[in-house]
Design a protein around this ligand. Structure first.
Ligand code: HEM
Length: 504
C-alpha cells in the first residue's frame, strides 16, 4: 500500500505537470495576444478574450455596443484579442480601395448558405473574388436586363393593391398592418423576380411564402454570431458540425427551400440550347461566363443580400418620416406638386425630387441596414495609421453607428433625423457627407453590387406610399421590435393607413 508521503508527492508532481502543460501555455498565449495590440484601448474583457464580442453579438443591440465603444475608446478601439473596430471613414476607404493590400477576413466565409460552395460575398480569396465580381457587375448594374423598372413597378402596384384590399382604415374601422412584414414581402418579391425571373408572390398571397422570414429570424442571428466570433467560426470548420446546422435542399421551407429553387432554375437554364439569351440577371451572368453551380449560388446571394437590407431602409425611413410631422408634410407637398398621372413614378423622375432624395439619404444614414463587422485583415507587413502600427493579421471591423452619426461630418445635430442637412450643406462638407454615406454600401472592391437596384426600389416605394396614403404608427410608445445582429430582425411595426384624395 502506498504511504501518505508518497501519495502527497505524486499529487504535487501531477499539480506541477498540470501547471506546465495547461496553465503556462494558456497564460503565455493570453499574454502574447494581449500584448500584440496593447497599444489600442477597449473594454477590459476584449483585451484577453472573445467574451466581450460574444456578449455584444448576443445583446441584440450590437450596433449600439460598437457605437459606445467607438465613442469611449476612439477611432481604433480594441474589441477582441486580435480585432479592432474603426469609426474612421478614411480607414474603411483605405481597406477596400481597388489596390488595397487589406484582404477579406473569415467573417465573410461565414456568410455562405451552402455548406460546400462559396458565393461572391463569402469568397475570401481576393483573385477569385474580383474575377467573380467582373462576371456579375454588368447584370447588377441593370444594363443587361430588359424591363427591370417595369418589373419593380408591378410589385409596387401589388403592395398598393394589398393595402387597399385588406389594410385601409377609415373613420370607424381600424385595420392594422404590420408594415415591417409587408415591406419585406415587397423586397422579397422584387428580388426573387430579379434572381429567378419569377417572384415568390408574397404580396399577392399576403403570406410568408416558404416560411422564409420565420426561418430567417432563427437562422440569421446565429449565422452572423458564428461568423463574427472567432471560436464559434472555427467550430463550424468541423465538417460534421457544419453539415448538422446547414440548410438542406430537402427542406420544404426556409433557406433550404431557397437553395433547392435556385438550383432547379439554374439547371433548367443550362439545359437550354442558348442559356445566355435571356435578358435577365441570370442570363447576364451566363453571358459573362458563370458556371451552373455559381449561377445558383449567386441567385441565392441576391436574396440574402438584397431582401432584408432594402426592407430595413423602407421601414426605418418610413418610421422617421411618419413620426416627424414637418418632414412628413414637406415630403408630401413635394410629391403632390410633382404628380402628373396615376402611373408609378419613374426612377429618373424620382431622382430629380430633392426632398425625396434627402429623405432617403437621411433614412439610410440614421438606420444603416448592414451593420456587421465585415472585418478586413491587415496585410502581413502591417500598416501605420496616424503614427500607430497595426500588426499584420489584425482584423479590423466597422462601427457603422459611429461613422454615420459623426458630428465632425454631419454636424452637431447628427443624431437626429433631418433631411434638410442634405439640402443645406454645400461644397466640401457636402462632399464629405456624401462620401461617408456611401460607406453604408461598403467601398471599392468590396462594395455592394445591388445599390442601383435598391435605390430604384426606394425611390418608387416611398413616392407611391406617401402619394396614395396617410400612414400613422399604431402605438407610438412601442412602434416596432427592432433587434440588431449585424443585420436586423424587425417586426410588429403596426400602422394605420388611410386613403388620400388624389387631385390629379
Ligand atoms: C439598402 C440596401 C442595401 C444596403 C445598405 C447594402 C449594403 C451592402 C454592404 C454593406 C455590403 C458589403 C460591403 C463589404 O463587404 O464591405 C453589400 C454587399 C453586397 N450587396 Fe448589398 N446592400 C443593399 C441592397 C442590395 C441589393 C438590393 C442587392 C441585390 C440586388 C445587393 C447585393 C449585394 C451583393 C451581391 C454584395 C456582395 C458584393 C461583394 O462581395 O463583392 N445589395 N451590400
Amino acid at each position: 500500500m502506498a504511504s501518505l508521503p508518497l501519495l502527497l508527492e505524486t499529487a504535487f508532481t501531477a499539480h506541477y505537470v498540470l501547471i506546465l502543460v495547461v496553465f503556462l501555455p494558456t497564460a503565455w498565449h493570453t499574454w502574447a495576444s494581449y500584448s500584440k495590440l496593447a497599444d489600442f484601448k477597449g473594454p477590459l474583457l476584449a483585451r484577453f478574450s472573445s467574451l466581450w464580442l460574444t456578449s455584444a453579438m448576443s445583446s441584440k443591440r450590437a450596433n449600439l455596443q460598437f457605437y459606445e465603444v467607438s465613442q469611449k475608446y476612439g477611432d481604433l478601439a480594441r474589441i477582441g484579442p486580435n480585432t479592432l473596430l474603426t469609426s474612421d471613414p478614411e480607414m474603411i476607404i483605405r481597406m477596400s480601395s481597388a489596390r488595397s493590400r487589406y484582404t477579406r477576413s473569415r467573417w465573410y466565409s461565414g456568410q455562405k448558405l451552402e455548406v460546400d460552395h462559396d458565393n461572391l460575398f463569402s469568397t475570401i480569396d481576393e483573385a477569385t473574388h474580383s474575377k467573380k465580381r467582373a462576371q456579375l457587375a454588368t447584370g447588377y448594374s441593370g444594363k443587361d436586363i430588359d424591363g427591370l423598372e417595369a418589373m419593380i413597378d408591378s410589385h409596387v402596384i401589388e403592395l398598393m393593391n394589398l393595402i387597399r384590399r385588406k389594410y385601409l382604415s377609415d373613420g370607424s374601422t381600424f385595420r392594422p398592418m404590420d408594415f415591417a412584414r409587408k415591406s419585406a414581402f415587397f423586397t422579397m418579391d422584387v428580388i426573387t423576380d430579379i434572381a429567378f425571373g419569377r417572384s415568390w408572390g408574397c404580396l399577392i398571397a399576403d403570406d410568408d411564402v416558404f416560411k422564409w422570414f420565420e426561418s430567417l429570424e432563427i437562422i440569421m442571428p446565429n449565422a452572423i454570431k458564428a461568423s463574427t466570433i472567432p471560436w464559434l467560426s472555427s467550430l463550424f470548420d468541423i465538417p460534421f458540425l457544419k453539415k448538422l446546422v446547414a440548410p438542406s435542399e430537402k427542406d420544404k421551407i426556409g433557406p433550404g427551400k431557397l437553395i433547392a429553387v435556385a438550383k432547379e432554375i439554374a439547371q433548367k437554364r443550362f439545359a437550354e440550347e442558348n442559356p445566355g439569351r435571356h435578358r435577365d440577371m441570370m442570363g447576364s451572368f451566363i453571358r459573362h461566363g458563370i458556371n451552373p453551380t455559381n449561377a445558383a449560388s449567386e441567385a441565392i446571394l441576391q436574396i440574402i443580400a438584397g431582401g432584408d437590407t432594402t426592407a430595413t431602409t423602407i421601414r426605418a425611413t418610413t418610421l422617421f418620416v411618419i413620426t416627424n410631422p414637418q418632414v412628413y408634410s414637406t415630403l408630401q407637398s413635394e410629391i403632390d406638386s410633382s404628380v402628373t398621372s396615376g402611373a408609378i413614378i419613374s426612377d429618373v423622375e424620382a431622382r430629380q425630387l430633392p426632398y425625396l432624395q434627402a429623405v432617403i439619404r437621411e433614412g439610410a444614414r440614421m438606420w444603416v441596414p448592414a451593420t456587421g463587422l465585415a472585418s478586413k485583415v491587415v496585410p502581413p507587413e502591417g500598416d501605420t495609421i496616424n503614427g500607430r502600427f497595426l500588426p499584420g493579421g489584425t482584423l479590423i471591423g466597422k462601427s457603422d453607428w459611429a461613422i454615420q452619426r459623426s458630428k465632425a461630418i454631419y454636424g452637431e445635430d447628427s443624431t437626429i433625423f433631418k433631411p434638410e442637412r442634405w439640402l443645406e450643406a454645400r461644397g466640401e462638407p457636402l462632399e464629405k457627407m456624401e462620401r461617408t454615406l456611401g460607406l453604408i454600401w461598403g467601398h471599392g472592391k468590396n462594395s455592394c453590387l445591388g445599390k442601383n437596384i435598391a435605390w430604384i426600389e426606394l425611390n418608387k416605394v416611398f413616392f407611391e406610399l406617401f402619394k396614395n396614403f396617410d400612414i400613422t404608427i399604431a402605438d407610438p410608445s412601442n412602434p416596432w421590435k427592432s433587434l440588431n445582429y449585424g443585420l436586423w430582425v424587425q417586426k410588429d411595426m403596426f400602422v394605420k393607413i388611410t386613403q388620400r384624395k388624389m387631385s390629379y
